[in-house]
Design a protein around this ligand. Structure first.
Ligand SMILES: [Zn+2]
Length: 412
């Protein structure tokens, strides 16, 4: 027993010193980059801009973005400077995501990745061959700062799935916002289920909205998904089969075999992800709940997935309880008459609590089957556009009565 305790203590000590070494090497890399090794000078190319302006001049980097207001798309584009977004995973999707947000003038970006740039990454966008060997977060920060010095950056060169770093990751999600509050949005751009589960656990615990993205190993399909703890299915509510069956994904990988990747699919998925994030943050258009992309058929399935009342994650069930209580309280205060509606419990036999939005005819379904994105068991596709996902605080349109909500609350 003593031996085990000693070993555990030793592992913690080693993890601590590794963390310190990483911080030192990160600082060293930044100094090297600033010294000219990264291809730029010590100072960013342009000075900071205090106020975003709509002025149409060749030297205004925001004129085309501010024109969204004149075109009637966005009411208040300048608001983008008030948001902090965490990008977890700065690979093929994450680096492009971070670049798009930087060019859009986001207030603050928090980047998390433990990997280094390799020549094997050069089939994707963003990183360049001379950056090989540098940590992805340092190389990204340097490039992005030069593109837009108005953005604040915070980088973390560690693996969020390790015990020690997970706690720090949690603290940066809850305290890394612009005024020390929680970040406004977490974007998952990681390439493995373990890291997605870590983000899921953190966001369920904190009640933090996040958006998940993924590209398939054969490089020809991908998806984005919004996860609002308690309101939509979390990553553990409907886990991919590899996780549901308790398999260790590292055992699925073999030496000399790697996943395929295309810069096209990754950029499309990054574009869909940032588009959804901008629509949510700036309040325009329809925010997609789940949007798939099948490159072989140019097919974009769109659906919404409800949370699973018997999800394995304690904090997911807790957030579902809070959500039901919130909706019950709203119904009670706003629409007392709704109490008298019939007690129809939706999806009584639906173990997963999954509801698909959108009606599909048999003909449409038959025509659209074939190569579709890999979906967890129990999920099928809705081919028509679902009703708009409401993200505001207004009373939601629901067919459920107050009694039905209270009954669900008791079951949790
Ligand atoms: Zn869940």
């Amino acid at each position: 027993m003593d031996d085990v305790l000693q070993l555990k203590r030793r592992v913690l000590e080693l993890e601590n010193s590794l963390g310190k070494e990483r911080t030192r090497s990160h600082e060293l890399e930044l100094r090297l980059l600033e010294g000219g090794g990264g291809g730029g000078g010590e100072e960013p190319f342009r000075p900071k801009i205090e106020t975003m302006s709509s002025e149409v001049t060749d030297s205004n980097p925001y004129s085309r973005l501010m024109a969204l207001k004149r075109m009637g798309i966005v009411d208040n584009y300048e608001k983008i400077r008030t948001f902090a977004v965490a990008v977890v995973g700065v690979g093929g999707v994450g680096s492009v995501t971070a670049e798009m947000l930087t060019r859009c003038g986001i207030g603050k970006l928090l980047l998390f990745d433990y990997d280094r740039v390799e020549l094997a990454n050069m089939n994707r966008l963003f990183f360049q061959p001379h950056q090989a060997g540098l940590s992805k977060v340092s190389a990204a920060e340097f490039t992005l700062r030069n593109i837009n010095p108005d953005v604040q950056f915070e980088t973390h060169n560690y693996n969020i799935t390790s015990l020690q770093h997970f706690q720090h990751f949690l603290s940066r999600i809850s305290g890394g916002g612009l005024s020390g509050s929680s970040v406004d949005l977490v974007l998952s751009c990681v390439d493995n289920f373990e890291a997605r589960m870590a983000i899921n656990t953190a966001c369920n615990e904190l009640g933090q909205m996040w958006m998940e993205s993924g590209v398939s190993e054969n490089a020809v399909s991908g998806h984005i998904q919004i996860i609002i703890p308690g309101r939509t299915a979390c990553f553990a509510c409907a886990p991919p089969l590899v996780v549901a069956e308790g398999l260790d994904e590292s055992t699925l990988k073999r030496d000399g075999v790697c996943a395929a990747s295309l810069p096209t699919t990754m950029a499309v998925v990054a574009g869909l992800l940032v588009q959804n994030a901008l629509k949510h943050l700036l309040g325009f258009g329809t925010v997609s709940s789940y949007l798939g992309y099948n490159a072989l058929q140019d097919f974009f399935p769109n659906m919404s997935v409800r949370p699973n009342p018997s999800c394995d994650e304690l904090y997911c069930r807790k957030r579902q309880g809070e959500e039901l209580a919130r909706r019950a309280a709203q119904l009670e205060s706003v629409e007392p008459a709704l109490k008298e509606t019939s007690d129809v419990v939706l999806h009584e036999e639906n173990t997963w609590g999954i509801e698909l939005v959108g009606e599909t005819t048999t003909e449409e379904e038959a025509a659209a089957t074939g190569q579709v994105p890999h979906l967890p068991e129990g999920l099928s596709l809705a081919y028509t556009r679902p009703a708009q996902v409401s993200l505001g605080e207004e009373v939601e349109d629901t067919e459920e009565s107050l009694d039905s909500l209270m009954a669900q609350l008791k079951c949790l």
